[in-house]
Design a protein around this ligand. Sequence first.
Ligand code: GCO
Length: 263
Amino acid sequence: MAQNLFDLRGKNALVTGGTHGLGMAMAFGLAEAGATLIINGHTPGKLESAKSAYAKKGIKVHTYLLDITDENAVENTIPIMEKEVGPIHILVNNAAIIKRIPILEMKAKDFREILDVNLTGQFIMAKTVAQGMVERSNGKIINICSMMSELGRNTVSAYAAAKGGLKMLTRSMATEWARYNIQINGIGPGYFATEQTAPLRAEGHPLNEFIINRTPAGKWGDPEDLAGTAVFLASRASDFVNGQVVYVDGGILATIGKPSNEK
Ligand code: GCO
């Protein structure tokens, strides 16, 4: 029987920022489909607690201390990962930070830091991992964009600029690397219930009600809702999909929204 299109057995998946949140949720999905997980983090403590969270689900992960913005460290660590675990067949470029500051109050230092982690880091990781994928004429790169790749919101200018750039970097990678049988796509999460959005979901926060009303599905996303799209873009099922961003957003980007008193 032909192997299931979504079967990831025998595949090694590196998930940056896979120590928590959406990255961990997508990694769970990849593992469930059979992938071997490699997770990076930039503090030993975070890696240790992530390891036990995965172990609780019966998943053994390979963990590496790695700052994705440090090009030398990335160029030294990827070969070690590939020597110790095996070729990286799937890269999920998920690591990101956010600072919510109005543009008029934001220092260039903050703007640069967010672009460095959320865009330059993805560039460094992808171009380093792609070397091996080109040699093997096979690979999957999934850049975690955002609905902020399409829409702005007060105080998240740097995050949105980075995520908008990541959408175009995804298309550029597809332009240059699709010929090597590498598929590079993005996932654009809408508003999800994670640590990163906890401040916005706090009791009485104006954004909580607003997002629920603005999202046709009428709720915040559950991180598990991303696993299926991650498996799709990591598997043979997406072998002719390239340069796309798949929005997993409960429909928020499909609509101008409705008055809060309208059903
Ligand atoms: C915010 C949120 C967003 C979401 C997500 C949407 O402050 O508006 O944190 O940035 O987290 O990125 O895709």
